[in-house]
Design a binder for this molecule. Sequence first.
Ligand code: E4P
Length: 233
Amino acid sequence: MKIFLDTAAIDDIRTAARWGVLDGVTTNPSLFAKVGGSYDEVLKEICAITPGPVSAEVVAQDVEGMLREGRHFAALADNIVVKVPMSENGLEAISRLAGEGVKTNCTLIFSANQGLLAAKAGASLLSPFVGRLDDINESGMTVIRELATIVRIHELRSEVLVASIRHPRHVTEAALAGAHIATVPLKVLRQMVRHPLTDSGTLQFRRDWAAAQTANDRSSVAEPAAIGAGVRS
Ligand code: E4P
C-alpha cells in the first residue's frame, strides 16, 4: 500500500521523504490555507521533493473553470494530479482532462457509487473520505471496502486513495480492505511509527547495555589489582 502525506507543509513532507516512506502528497484548499503564500510556488516545491503524484485541487464549479485551473496545475510539474470534486460538472471535467492525458483525483467521494462513476469518467485516483463519514455516525470503512472491492472485481484502472484519515487504525483497515493508497497527516504517520512496547523495549535494551558496560569496566579495573596482589605474595 502506498502512503501519501495529506498536507501542504513543506517541512512535514521533507520529514516523511527522509524516512523513505513517502509515495505522494495530497493537498486541498483548506490545507493550502494553513501554509499560505502562492499555491503555485508551494506546489512546485512539493513536486520537487515528492517522488510520486501530488494532488492540486480546483475550486471552480463550472466545467470550463475546472479545465482552466486543471490545465494550469498540470503544467506546473510532471507529477501533478488534478483534484476535482465529485459532481456532474466534476465528472465532465475529469473525462475531458483524461482525454487530454491529464491525471485526475476525484475528491469528496462519500459512496461507492460516486467512486464507480469517477472511475468510469477516467479518474486515476478515487478519494473516499473515511473520517468525515465516521464523524456523522456513518461507517467510512464500509464505503472503502465496497469501493476497493468494486475496483478489484471489475478490474478498473483507478486506484482507491483513502482520505480524511483520523488515526492509525484507519490505515490498517484501509490496507486490509485492499485500498491502494492512504493519505495521512504527519501526526498519524508519527502515530504509526510508535508503539509503547517499542519504547519500553528500547529503554530496557539501553539500560541493560549500560549495566553490562559498567560491569565490564569494574572487572577490568579489578583484574590488574588481583594480579599485583599475587606477585607481592
Ligand atoms: C485529501 O485528499 C482530503 O482532502 C483530506 O484527507 C480531507 O481530510 P479532512 O476530512 O481531515 O479535512
